[in-house]
Design a protein around this ligand. Structure first.
Ligand code: NAD
Length: 419
């Protein structure tokens, strides 16, 4: 029997990959039943006062998908499109993302249906404090550890941490990650996702016989993830031939000046007007000939419409869900290797784990230590995924889900199901 939540699209799509891997793992029906339902979904009202004194009410969510391996872990999204279905799908993904890089966390996600671009700083602060206050009993360093996601920032995490600490009457920096450095954030957190993307990409390039020196790279999205990944590729001797952001794509066959583009984007808040390369469309960017394509902007960018025209040898998913399942099948058929999002962009949650560990110990690491441990975690677990993919003759995505699901199931079985 299907549950109501499974009939809705986002979570439904998410479950497709899980089912494929679960089949190969020969998971028994009871375990499958358990893993395709969230542990806990919370919906609540967030009353807050507008700057003009008017009382407004938004809806907040927190989904704690699975706790088998530890406290739930996952971001908080402030976006007009936030729904229970979307938050559930994101919490489901976090469960596998944390497990595939072997972090001692389950999966969670939260959100508020709102448009943060229309809210003042004071309104955002009041919404965040009420959101945190509503969750005081169910979050905490040993229960559920939120982090930033679309539309939320380190400042929002700071307000969350402060509100929680006020309620429990003690200083609890480990209740959220992605905080500013001065209140218990980790060095290296900002760069961690882009750094992780390039680490696994370079490892896979070597495996495929693509020399990083001079390899052609195309990056879609020039925000936190895309710009850091692009810079890391340049540091490895690769040639970034094109990058894009919401204003368009910029192409130069001999290679763009990435530090220059980063400085430009910082100064102008986007690449709009950037003259360091020829302007092309975002659609054209995805079909440029290259060794490695890194979608690092939005979901559902690689679809049945453009997958047949993609000319990359390797796709590394910096963004969450940039490839539709149909496009994924086309890439598999065409022999284009895809490093899936749950592995490729797990660098962020890995350094979030380091932040949580540092907060609990009250002892903070040097940036070089953070980066070294990040590389250890990413490369060791990516190697496990690659080995399984080879052994079972399956794509990296299927292998990644298999590694993750197997870890969660082992933890569940060892603890025993309280049923
Ligand atoms: P960001 O907001 O810093 O950057 C997003 C970039 O994408 C911007 O340059 C924006 O202009 C660009 N963009 C938006 N629409 C576009 C379009 N139609 N075509 C081309 N570019 C477009 O966000 P981010 O933190 O870099 O996140 C990017 C992706 O990575 C998201 O899917 C996010 O969920 C995922 N991700 C981020 C992290 C993290 O730690 N930041 C961790 C895991 C996954």
């Amino acid at each position: 029997m299907m549950t109501a939540v499974r009939e809705v699209s986002v979570f439904g799509d998410a479950i497709a990959y899980f089912n494929e891997a679960a089949e190969l793992l020969d998971l028994e029906p009871g375990i499958r039943r358990l893993l395709t339902r969230p542990s806990r979904q919370i919906i609540f009202s967030i009353p807050f006062q507008r700057d003009n004194g008017e009382l407004e009410v938004f809806t907040g969510y927190r989904v704690q998908y699975n706790f088998a391996r530890g406290p739930a872990k996952g971001g908080i999204r402030y976006h007009p499109g936030v729904t229970l279905d979307e938050v559930t799908a994101l919490a489901f993904w976090m469960t596998w993302k944390c497990a595939v890089v072997d972090l001692p966390f389950g999966g969670g996600k939260g959100g508020v249906t709102c448009d943060p671009t229309t809210l003042s700083k004071g309104e955002l602060e009041r919404i965040t404090r009420r959101y945190a206050a509503e969750l005081v009993e169910v979050v905490g360093p040993d229960k559920d550890v939120p982090a930033p996601d679309v539309g939320t920032t380190p400042q929002i995490m700071a307000w969350f941490m402060d509100t929680y600490s006020m309620h429990v009457r003690q200083h609890v920096p480990g209740v959220v990650t992605g905080k500013p450095l001065e209140i218990g954030g980790s060095r290296g957190r900002v760069e961690a996702t882009g750094r992780g993307v390039s680490l696994v990409a370079l490892a896979q390039m070597r495996r495929m016989g693509i020399d990083p020196q001079g390899a052609w790279i195309v990056v879609q999205g020039f925000g936190n993830v895309g710009s850091v990944a692009a810079k890391m590729f340049v540091d490895a001797g690769s040639v970034v031939v094109a990058v894009s952001d919401v204003t368009g794509a910029y192409y130069k066959e001999s290679g763009l000046d990435i530090p220059g583009a980063i400085a430009y984007a910082q100064e102008h808040h986007s690449l709009d007007g950037y003259r360091g390369g020829e302007k092309v469309t975002n659609e054209a960017l995805l079909e440029l000939p290259c060794d490695v394509l890194v979608p690092a902007a939005l979901e559902k960018q690689l679809t049945v419409a453009n997958a047949p025209n993609v000319r990359a040898r390797l796709i590394v998913e910096g963004a969450n869900g940039p490839t539709t399942p149909e496009a994924d099948h086309i890439f598999n058929r065409r022999g284009i290797v895809v490093i899936p999002d749950i592995v490729a962009n797990a660098g962020g949650v890995t350094v979030s784990y380091f932040e949580w560990a540092q907060d609990r110990a009250g002892y903070f690491w040097k940036e070089s230590e953070v980066n070294e441990r990040l590389a250890d975690v990413m490369l060791e677990n990516f190697a496990k995924v690659s080995e399984l993919a080879t052994l079972r003759g399956v794509p990296l995505r299927t292998a990644a889900y298999m590694v993750a699901i197997d870890r969660v199931v082992q933890s569940m079985k060892t603890r025993g199901v309280y049923a």
